[in-house]
Write a new protein. Structure first.
Length: 419
């Protein structure tokens, strides 16, 4: 037997006893400098705080919520955790990434919240953080509840075309802005608007229209053709809380689809120094007899009276004021480019009415070169509870200087109910 054959037999015998084959090799061991990958051990996660409650009133809530995501475990590597939400109301507007560095145990999360719950309504959502697939997530709950913080602000008179209504006023202040809501006797919200810092109004809601109209939108939505036809549409809605009036500039749509501007007047009843507002029937002897509207002949004033808010001085009962004689119910309002409604003062006593010269709150560059000034004097009578003041020769400045009348004067008449 040769020496080579003997070595082969020894090798075969060794393989039979060890169960290996000649091609098998043992797995290589770690080499110097290697950092073996440790098995991943999911950390325990929790949110701090675990729940947050937010309240808001009267306006959308758009805020940021800061939560801490805390992790605990023996081995805390660099990790980014997946955040999610159970959010049927879509109140969570922003979810950031939760990124941890090695050994870090907590991170702060800046979460966006945006919602508009109604009064008494609560909107809820859950924020979720998943430690690893198959593991239950950590949870943080957030809820937003709308609260009704409206406070009573007295009553007011609304005049809009043929509509004259007594309203209950409510007010609340949000972020420095005064929100005003006007409701009827049953609590239905008819008008809602916001008083901006510059005195202009943002109209938030409009219901309860005069007969014959089916909808109303803000004047900002008027197209350019309407703005050219009706100068009033270039004006913002404005208010003066000190004087106690608000002017809402809108476009009404009638049942035939025609769009007509309406500049409503709301006069508060609790204006210092003045009585509760009431409606005065006004026959216009200053403008109506001569102003042509939409290429039609001037109207017959005595056949086309309109309502004007009126108040009586509490300090001097013979003194009255009219607010917005060419707004509210006036058919001439669409032609009026005056920025404010205009307040006309008059005195009534001993059978005489006196209206000193004053701006009437009507302006039109196509008709006059200056603001329209009116005045005059006449008789005052009473018939039961009805008072009537008549100015037979209404004076104005249409020809330049104040003190002239139209060639064919038409009496101006004011009629109201005495309380």
């Amino acid at each position: 037997m040769s020496h080579a054959w003997h070595i082969a037999v020894l090798l075969l015998t060794a393989c039979l006893f060890t169960g290996c084959s000649p091609s098998d090799e043992p797995a290589p061991g770690p080499r110097p400098g290697d950092d073996p990958q440790q098995p991943a051990i999911p950390a325990t996660l929790r949110f701090v705080p675990a729940s947050t409650e937010i309240t808001t009133s009267g306006a959308p809530c758009d805020t940021r919520l800061t939560l801490s995501l805390v992790r605990e475990g023996a081995n805390l590597p660099d990790t980014s955790y997946v955040l999610g939400a159970d959010d049927r109301w879509n109140i969570i507007s922003h979810l950031p990434a939760a990124v941890f560095r090695r050994g870090q145990t907590s991170v702060n999360l800046d979460i966006g919240i945006a919602a508009s719950p109604g009064a008494g309504q609560t909107l809820q959502a859950r924020i979720l953080a998943y430690p690893a697939p198959g593991f239950a997530p950590a949870e943080a709950s957030v809820s937003i509840t709308g609260i009704d913080s409206w406070t009573a602000a007295g009553t007011a008179l609304l005049v809009s075309g043929s509509l004259v209504r007594r309203l209950d006023m409510h007010r609340q202040t949000i972020a420095g802005r005064s929100h005003i809501r006007a409701t009827d006797s049953e609590g239905e919200v008819l008008r809602q608007f916001i008083v901006e810092a510059d005195g202009t109004l943002s109209i938030a809601g409009i219901r309860g229209l005069p007969a014959g109209y089916i909808s109303a939108t803000t004047a900002e939505n008027a197209d350019e053709n309407m703005r050219r036809r009706f100068p009033v549409l270039a004006l913002p809605s404005v208010g003066n809380r000190t004087e106690g009036w608000y002017g809402l500039n809108m476009v009404y749509t009638d049942q035939s689809g025609n769009n007509i501007p309406h500049y409503e007047i709301i006069v508060a009843d609790n204006t210092p120094g003045w009585s509760e507002a009431f409606a005065c029937t006004f026959v216009d002897g200053w403008l109506a007899p001569v102003v042509s509207f939409e290429a039609r002949p001037p109207m017959v004033a005595s056949e086309n009276p309109w309502a004007v808010p009126m108040q009586r001085s509490t300090a001097c009962p013979s003194r009255f004021r009219l607010i917005g004689i060419y707004r509210g119910g006036s058919p001439l309002s669409p032609l009026n480019s005056a920025a404010a409604p205009g307040i006309v003062s008059l005195t009534v006593g001993d059978g005489i009415v006196e209206i000193p010269p004053q701006e009437a709150g009507f302006a039109s560059t196509t008709l006059f070169s200056a603001p329209f000034v009116i005045g005059g004097s006449g008789t005052a009578t009473a018939d039961g509870n009805t008072a009537t003041a008549t100015v037979p020769l209404p004076m104005h400045n249409a020809y330049g200087a104040y003190g002239t009348t139209w060639a064919q004067p038409v009496p101006a008449v004011l009629r109201w109910n005495m309380k």
